[in-house]
Ligand binder design. Structure first.
Ligand SMILES: [Ca+2]
Length: 285
């Protein structure tokens, strides 16, 4: 026991000595450093550059170049872009609606056009039916008019044999008179022999007495000068030309190619065909 106490005491003393040595050593080292610096400064003159350049400094590593941060877009530009985008969207939406309306309108128009075409087809059919009816009525009217003309000719006119003559107090050219006689169901008067000529002359004379009027007969030499034909193109075989020492007929040559009868004596005269005068029609009795 005593021995152990002694050992502990020895160790503690030893440790205290060590600590003192260490502190002395540290102090000495510090003192030496200061002394060295002072000595070194004593060797160098005032103002001498410290011999720092002689020490090789490590080359500085190149600092990494920081990547440039993206510059933030101006807030105002972003707002304008967004407004433009929204405006374009709204315009596209409006255009889409307009196109939809146009499609609807186009479809409605197509339907109406189809309905209109159907109505037009029905109307055309009705018009065709009406036209056919009108044509039938017109045919009936013509037939009736011819029948009325025939009856009128025989009632109001002069019956000679199997035909009736009727004078019309309407001024017409030769062609106009021929057309009117046909529309009335007859033809221009064609006295084919002496009997018909004398009967017709008496009738015309009585119709215009006491006046003297020329009236168209259905005789002309339009096809060939001097070749007188009736309206039905048959040749005239009996003539009643006026024969007088002052004026013998026919005397018009190629200028006067249509024949008229004088109401006072029944003689024939050639005349200009476009001259307007009264005319005679004949009908079947
Ligand atoms: Ca003639």
């Amino acid at each position: 026991m005593v021995l152990a106490v002694l050992l502990v005491v020895l160790v503690g003393l030893t440790c205290v000595s060590c600590t003192d040595n260490v502190g002395n050593s540290t102090t000495l080292t510090q003192d030496q450093t200061v002394s060295d610096v002072q000595n070194d400064a004593g060797h160098r003159g005032r103002g001498d550059t410290p011999d720092i350049e002689e020490e090789e400094e490590p080359e500085p590593e190149p600092e990494p170049v920081p990547e440039p941060l993206p510059e933030p877009e101006p807030t105002v530009a972003m707002s304008d872009l967004e407004n433009t985008y929204n405006y374009v969207l709204s315009r596209l939406a409006s255009m889409d609606q307009a196109i939809h309306k146009l499609n609807v309108g186009h479809y409605t128009l197509d339907v109406k056009v189809i309905q209109l075409l159907e109505r037009l087809i029905r109307l055309e059919n009705k018009v065709t039916t009406v036209e056919e009816s009108i044509e039938q009525v017109s045919t009936y009217c013509k037939d009736n008019r011819k029948e009325i003309g025939r009856l009128e000719g025989c009632v109001k006119g002069k019956k000679v044999g199997n035909k009736c003559f009727l004078v019309y107090r309407i001024y017409e050219t030769y062609a106009g008179a021929s057309q009117n006689c046909q529309e009335r169901g007859g033809r221009m008067a064609m006295p084919r022999d002496r009997r018909e000529q004398e009967a017709l002359a008496d009738y015309v004379k009585s119709a215009f007495h006491p006046g003297n009027w020329p009236v168209w007969l259905g005789i002309n030499d339009l096809r060939s000068e001097g070749l007188y034909l009736f309206e039905d193109t048959t040749r005239v075989t009996y003539f009643q030309w006026r024969k007088h020492f002052l004026s013998s007929q026919p005397d018009g040559g190629k200028r006067e190619n249509c024949v008229a009868m004088s109401s006072d004596d029944g003689d024939w005269w050639d005349n200009y065909c476009d001259r307007r005068m009264y005319y005679l029609c004949e009908f079947d009795a």
